[in-house]
Every structure is written in structure tokens, then in C-alpha cells.
Write a protein that binds this ligand. Sequence first.
Ligand code: ADP
Ligand code: MG
Length: 245
Amino acid sequence: MTKPIIEVKNLAKNFDKNVVLKDITEQVDPGQVVVVIGPSGSGKSTFLRCLNLLETPTSGQVSFDGQDLTTLDTKRVNALREEMGMVFQSFNLFPNMSVLENIKLAPMKVKGMGNDEATKLAHQLLQQVNLDDHADAFPTSLSGGQAQRVAIARALAMNPKVMLFDEPTSALDPEMVGEVLNVMQDLAAQGMTMVVVTHEMGFAKSVADRVWFMDDGYIQENSTPADFFAHPKTDRAKDFLSKIL
Ligand code: ADP
Ligand code: MG
């Protein structure tokens, strides 16, 4: 039995009286790709942010690599958080830095990597996302698809054990969605553990190991994509799929 890399036990989260996550117990094994889907407002982003403690759970446990993050002090949470790359819908690149500098920043500042090594790493990662010819460009000159690929390269620069994606293609023009999904698919094929919130059902079908359907504060279904799309078990999932497919 492999040990899970992420383990969530009885996770609950409210914002005041708004109970967003009610009781979630799930795990992610190393190398797995989990796609989280569900209606808007069902708590997908909140759930993802609880995984790296960007949101503090109201109750329950979130373990990463065998350590319960909810019991650790800020310093140790920060250290573990470095091992979880996160990519958001909005790319959040530093506008005043070149693409190369954006990628070099965290390894140099946080890990104390030297300039030469960081430069080499950044070029390698830019090749991986097919953007090495844009190393000296500034974020404002990039298309959305290019910016998102830089954001992925930047997250990878910290050599994370897990990548969390929150609707990484939702802000993109349709013609740019594919180039970002391709990079994510490559990453999955290389064995990266990934938790991906997305509405891209094609990606879920072809890349996910598991689909988690979230609604009403629970993971209502945890299935293989083949099972989920062919035989959704709950009325909620059937209703959701009828609206999006
Ligand atoms: P999803 O990503 O599935 O669309 P979210 O996790 O963004 O859902 O939001 C779930 C619910 O939590 C919504 O009702 C939203 O208003 C609420 N919420 C999310 N973040 C916050 C916050 N920082 N403060 C208060 N309420 C929040
Ligand atoms: Mg969201």
C-alpha cells in the first residue's frame, strides 16, 4: 500500500454562518491526478485552499506527506506549503519582472539557490512549457495562455510534490485552453500528483485518475472518470452533467 500524499479527514469550513465544507474525508495517492468538479459556489476553491492552509479549516485534519498541517506552527506550514505548487485562474505573475525573473524569484529567495543554477532551472522549465523563446519578455506582453504556462513553470520551480490548479483555463480565450491543458497533461504523464478544479470535462476524461464531484459541502461522488461520466450515481451529479455536457 502506498501512503497517501494528501489526506483529508472530516474537513469542515464555514465563513461565519455560511457552511461551505461540511464533512470531507478523502485522500490523494502519489502520482494521482484528481479532478474536482461541481457547481459554482459549491466550495471547490475553498477546498483547494484548505489543502495548503491558505484557508484555515474550521474543523478536521489536512495531512500532507504524513504531517497534519492543522497542528503545525506557521513556519512549518510555510515549509510544507513550498512543496505544494498552486496555479490560479488569474496568473498573478509579477508585472515588473521578466518571465525568467518571475521563475527564478522563489528558488533564489526562498531556497537560496544561486543565480546561475536558478537561471538554468528557469530555462529548463520554460522549455517544458514551450516558452523558452519568451524568457526575457514581460508578463504584459504575453497572451493569457502564455502567462498561465509561465505561472505553471514558476510553481514548478520550487520542485513541488503536488500541484494544485484552481480553474487554470477559465480566464482564457478558447483557443488558448488547449496549450495550457497540454502542459498539464505532460506534467501528469511525468508522474506529478495533481488536484485540478476545472470545467474541462475532456481533460477530466482523458487525464484524471479520479473525479470528485462536490456539492452541498460534500464530495458526493469519488469515481473513475469513465464511471462518473457514464454512470453518475447521485441526482445532483446527473443534474450537473446534464447542464454542462
Ligand atoms: P467554488 O470555487 O466552488 O465556486 P468557493 O469555494 O469559491 O466555491 O465558494 C464557496 C462559498 O464560500 C461561497 O458561498 C462563497 O461566497 C464563500 N466564500 C469563499 N471564500 C470566502 C471568503 N474568503 N470569505 C467569505 N466567504 C467566502
Ligand atoms: Mg472557485
